[in-house]
Design a protein around this ligand. Structure first.
Ligand code: 6R9
Length: 631
């Protein structure tokens, strides 16, 4: 399944385009199926309706666990590194992980979870999070993991959207020198969640929590009451595997749906190839399982390939900026997959935290989540990879399920800040605003994909029309990514960032409308407009223009109040970096906010605002410019 030379890549790519069904059937035959498919692919982007490996039966956990037991039972599946470096790390072999997953799967069953039921998982980065995810998959329940940084309201919205039956959580989480009271947040969320019947709570931080009789139970107690034998549920290839919520240009996050067969094949194939994973190697992805990167490249991709995946509970700067490098040295990490925002933040500490650390085990480096700037690319290459490790700059999305455009380690010649070339099976196309294909090289356009791949989303939960409208209606017969893209003279792809109203803050997708809604909920706020602006560490920062009549002299306190409101409504990750109070917003005569102008102001570039004559009240622009200079 692994590609070893550039010529082989080119041949494989050609084949994957000319005979996609044959190609993917070949890849899929490397996995364990209970029954083979009747049909490799049927599709129609207009509906959209996408079906891969129809008729096939499988369980993804048999691919991630059972099939490795005979030869790799004693191989580490998960190595866990705690937040506190003084505490012991934990290793779960494939045998132990299998047993824990089966046990917890039985706990879910005992608590009423059946095939097809939705389970919300809100947990710290501990091995039990992976166990809970896999236990759902074991019994055919659909997991919906919610990142530990989201607020009670965000959790409630997600639980209600999917009508989840059970929540799996923990008392709390450690993050650097902070503690997050997860159970408390869940308790707040559940006030408005009538579908939840049971809450299973893992003991982790040992903070006191309230346990509601009849609803809440302890993970540790429950697993004692069940045995470790849990046959894997037979799933159809197109049965739902999980829902993961992500932000778009409208206010409400969407539940992206992935299915069992195609997702498994795609996550496994891309993991094995992009990182050139070799048996016995230690692979460390620094993402959180609350995001798609964690789903595909901490859990499903690596485990389906029998890899050793390292899970880290903490943050890169705790207890100091050497933490990642200490982990690499301690666990002899061979492959490190991280995000530009982490690289930039560590770069800020200079080279001292890297000095004296033995990074010689590293073989491949990876980047994901946002465009990586050249400076960060070179720092990663020189200081961490010692110019000896290929960097795979992997472009993909929650919706794509797995890596789409990326170098293949040791195969594709890399170029700083370029995601380079499409993986086999991926057919990117650049289009102009009208949807006309932009051919040739040295061109810019909106990035679309013109042919299905096994890992792509199938729908948005509970609202198929929204899936059609968001991804398949902008351009006919194309999947629209929402990203702008350059194809250079060599045919290499560089993702230039979102062309819609989505901001990418430290690799986290945040919809401007979502933040505006949250700000507008604050008493006193009449209206707001939110835009992204370049931020040295986060990639993009959040800039909010807020109309707040009757603002008292203490602007700063009001700013903090608004931040508090946003934290309550969405979570701390959506807090604006800058808030500017204004008396009006630049609107067109039809009432549309001209974000182009606000973006320029946020960037601090007000010299050329372009044509503002179509504005209802051009005078507000001058006021905004003057005020922004005082900020
Ligand atoms: C995997 C993930 C998706 C958006 C995507 C794009 C940006 C991700 C990138 C990248 C440039 C890369 N993005 N990887 N931009 N280069 N290597 O991040 O999924 O959270 O859904 O975000 O992130 O803008 O559209 P998700």
């Amino acid at each position: 399944m692994q590609i070893n030379t550039f010529e082989e890549y080119q041949e494989t790519y050609q084949k994957s385009i000319n005979q996609p069904e044959e190609f993917w059937a070949g890849i899929a035959s490397n996995f364990l199926w209970k029954k083979k498919w009747d049909n490799v692919l049927s599709w129609d982007f207009a509906s959209p309706s996408i079906k891969w490996f129809e008729g096939a039966k499988l369980n993804i956990t048999e691919n991630c666990l059972d099939r490795h037991l005979a030869e790799k039972g004693d191989t580490p599946a998960i190595v866990w590194e705690p937040n506190d470096p003084e505490k012991e790390s934990i290793t779960l072999t494939y045998r132990v992980l299998h047993e824990q997953v089966c046990r917890f799967a039985n706990v879910l069953k005992k608590n009423g979870v059946q095939k097809g039921d939705r389970v919300c998982i809100y947990m710290p980065m501990v091995p039990e999070l992976a166990v809970a995810v896999l236990a759902c998959a074991r019994i055919g329940a659909v997991h919906s993991v919610v990142f530990g940084g989201f607020s009670a309201k965000s959790i409630a919205d997600r639980i209600n959207d999917a009508a989840c039956k059970v929540v799996v959580t923990a008392d709390g989480a450690f993050r650097g020198n902070k503690q997050i009271q997860l159970k408390e947040v869940i308790d707040d969320a559940l006030i408005g969640c009538p579908t939840i019947e049971k809450v299973i709570v893992l003991t982790h931080t040992r903070t006191p929590v309230s346990m509601l009789k009849g609803r809440d139970c302890w993970w540790e107690d429950e697993i004692k009451l069940v045995d470790s034998n849990c046959p894997a549920e037979e799933m159809n290839a197109e049965d739902m595997l999980f829902i993961l919520y992500t932000s778009g240009s409208t206010g409400k996050p969407k539940g992206v749906v992935h299915t069992c067969g195609g997702y498994m094949v795609y996550a496994g194939y891309t993991f094995s190839n992009v990182f050139n994973y070799q048996p016995g190697e230690v692979y460390f992805c620094t993402a959180d399982i609350g995001w798609i990167t964690g789903h595909s490249y901490i859990v499903y991709g690596p485990l389906s390939q029998g890899a050793t995946t390292l899970m880290f509970e903490g943050i890169p700067t705790y207890p100091n900026a050497s933490r990642f490098w200490d982990i690499v040295e301690k666990h002899q990490v061979n492959i490190l997959y991280t995000a530009p925002t982490a690289i930039r933040s560590l770069m800020g500490f200079g080279t001292a935290p890297v000095q004296g650390k033995d990074l010689s085990s590293l073989r491949v480096l990876g980047s994901v989540g946002e465009p990586i700037n050249e400076e960060a690319w070179h720092w990663f290459d020189e200081e961490i990879g010692k110019k000896n490790c290929p960097i795979v700059d992997t472009w993909w999305q929650t919706e794509t399920g797995g890596i789409m455009i990326s170098p293949i380690a040791f195969v594709t010649p890399t170029k700083p800040s370029f995601a380079t070339l499409p993986l086999p099976g991926i057919q990117p196309i650049l289009v102009d605003e009208q949807g006309k294909e932009i051919e040739g090289n040295g061109v810019n356009g909106n990035l679309c994909i013109k042919f299905p791949w096994p890992g792509m989303l199938r729908t948005t939960y509970g609202d198929h029309e929204r899936c059609r409208l968001t991804y398949f209606s902008t351009y006919q017969n194309l999947y629209f990514t929402g990203d702008g893209c350059l194809r250079d003279e060599d045919g290499y792809y560089r993702i230039t960032g979102r062309v819609d109203d989505v901001i990418n803050v430290s690799g986290h997708r945040i919809g401007t409308a979502e933040v505006e809604n949250a700000i507008n909920m604050h008493a006193g706020v009449i209206e707001s407009a939110v835009v992204g602006y370049p931020h040295d560490v986060k990639g993009q920062g959040i800039f909010a223009f807020v109309i707040y009549p009757g603002l008292s002299k203490d602007e700063d306190l009001t700013r903090k109040d608004i931040l508090q409101t946003v934290t309550r409504i969405i979570g701390a990750i959506a807090k604006p970096d800058k808030i500017l109070f204004v008396s009006g917003l630049p609107k067109t005569r039809s009432g549309k906010i001209m974000r182009r102008i606000l973006r320029k102001v946020a960037e601090g570039d007000t010299s050329n605002l372009g044509d503002i004559s179509t504005l209802l009240d051009p005078a507000v622009v001058q006021e905004i410019i003057d005020k922004s200079k005082q900020l």
